[in-house]
Design a protein around this ligand. Structure first.
Ligand code: 13P
Length: 257
């Protein structure tokens, strides 16, 4: 069986005012919006979702958000619901990013509620897991990831699970210029696949895309994406520039041929 289509997603984090976000989206649309070999997703800040949505709507670039509320509506000042994201033609939503877990106290339980809210509203969760440096050095990497997956995906049924995307982002590799070696990443990805197979079934596990994130750039994309269980990337810094982001997309296109 061939591998699933690669998914290359850009997490712009808290960067780009609307005019800059539009410029970047236009450039990505121009360079990668016509190809169909690879799925491309951009995740701008909430303030630019509408304008980026308008710019990419007729292209092969899809829209993602970086977070959302677990609640559906009501008195939750400052929050954004799944329905609001769908209304802007958002397809994906990043959930449980390590920055949200570390700085905003998001627990596995909250992340799990958000995963359910996303699935109920036909948004595809990009569900993030990853260990800290301390945990890796203590030999706890696999048990930490397994716990995050088990708790984050509790009560998700096999019929809904194949629209989930899992992103493995070792916390020590995010924004640090340190990348997991392809072998280190592959080891974790294959364990994740095994666990997904146990949680759901082998067929569903083979359809769930597992992305790598953490200092991915055009220079290291080829060897990471060539790994059997690496189905794409969740890119931070290198996604803020069309040339480097599209360079990673080109790697994925080459490897798909
Ligand atoms: P960097 O690519 O900047 O390391 O960020 C990765 C990330 O956190 C994507 O969500």
């Amino acid at each position: 069986m061939g591998r699933v289509k690669y998914l290359i997603a850009g997490n712009w984090k808290m960067n780009k005012v609307t005019s800059d976000a539009s410029d970047l989206a236009k450039e990505i649309q121009h360079q990668a919006g016509n190809q169909t070999a690879v799925n491309v997703v951009v995740c701008p800040p909430f303030t630019s979702l509408q304008s980026v949505s308008n710019l990419i709507k007729d292209s092969n670039v899809q829209l993602g958000a970086q977070n959302m509320s677990a609640e559906s509506s009501g008195a939750f000042t400052g929050e954004v619901s799944a329905e609001m994201l769908r209304d802007l033609l958002t397809n994906y939503v990043i959930l449980g990013h390590s920055e949200r877990r570390a700085y905003y106290g998001e627990t596995d339980e909250v992340v799990n509620r958000k995963v359910h809210a996303a699935l109920e509203n036909s948004l595809k969760p990009i569900f993030c897991v990853g260990e800290t440096l301390e945990q890796r050095e203590a030999g706890q990497t696999l048990s930490i990831i397994q716990d995050q997956i088990k708790s984050g995906l509790i009560h998700v049924t096999a019929d809904k699970a194949d629209s989930i995307v899992v992103a493995y982002e070792p916390v020590w590799a995010i924004g640090t210029g340190k990348t997991a070696t392809p072998e280190m990443a592959q080891e974790v990805h294959s364990e994740i696949r095994k666990q997904l197979s146990e949680l759901f079934n082998a067929d569903v596990a083979s359809k769930i895309k597992i992305l790598y994130g953490g200092s991915m750039k055009p220079e290291n994309a080829d060897e990471l994406l060539a790994q059997e269980d690496i189905d794409g990337g969740l890119i931070g810094g290198a996604a803020l520039n069309a040339r480097s982001f599209c360079g990673i997309i080109e790697s994925a296109i080459r490897l798909s041929a």
